[in-house]
Design a protein around this ligand. Sequence first.
Ligand code: SF4
Length: 315
Amino acid sequence: MATKARQAAESGELAEKIARGREIMQNCTLCPRNCSVDRTAGETGYCGMADRVEVAGYGPHFGEEQVLVGEKGSGTIFFCGCNLRCVFCQNYSISHCFEEECLTVDSGQLAAIMLGLQEQGCHNINLVTPGHIVPHLLSALQVAVEDGLRIPIVYNCGGYESMTALRLLDGIVDIYMPDIKFFSSESAGRYAGAADYPETVKRAVLEMQWQVGDLQIDDRGLAENGLLVRHLLMPDAKADSESIFTFLADRVSRNCYVNIMEQYRPCGTAKAFPELGRTISSDYYQEMITAAKKSGLTRIESNDFSQLLAKLFSS
Ligand code: SF4
């Protein structure tokens, strides 16, 4: 299957997007933080990243959705830095602190990582939290598709994406996978310093749906293209979750593929917020699955026992 990035490289569209991305970084408005710093001159904004890409790790990953994992895993690449930086982040040391082991890579090296994952049989390239390095990703994809990358590109993000970045990604990304975290400005401001998150994520998800549509799954059960939405359940946030389900069903699509995740645990500095100090009970999880179905959503990934077993034995 030819990826969209391959088609864009062949038409010359990808080269144009790379040039546009570099321009945007000179007065960076790549994400909704709108820092207006010149990253090409070494300045850094909220995400902490100047004109470079740092990789924290990569490899076939079996803990993702079954439609991404298949038999050989999702080719996951974890990037350092983040434009959202939630207090409860499970990858806190990578997103906030820039661990020493974060490795700076150039376009050729990032392309080689992608091609290596494809070589290992991974079913897709799963880019984790890439919003602040979109221009670099485009440059790496140019090299990778020229050298034979042909598996789908998954844009795995926190949903705090600007229209500027999404326009650069239009015609490049095969599968968008945003995690919708909050629908209340108060929570988004308190836990991620982004009170505008709810309005931003709504716009972003609508744009993603417009670009790629409902998730398409091939006859092997693997995602080919489309939108896959995650929602990490948070303690005592039922109203937020219900509003997210209603938004998805009414404004995005009843056929939107949604993974409702129950693995929240207080990581990072979450313990400084007493209300975040709990995990999600199975009753709470089941109640939210019921709420999602009630909202009209028809494609909900659940953590049923057979799926968990499949994941355990393949990792
Ligand atoms: S990508 Fe980084 S520097 Fe650019 S606007 Fe976002 S947080 Fe600021």
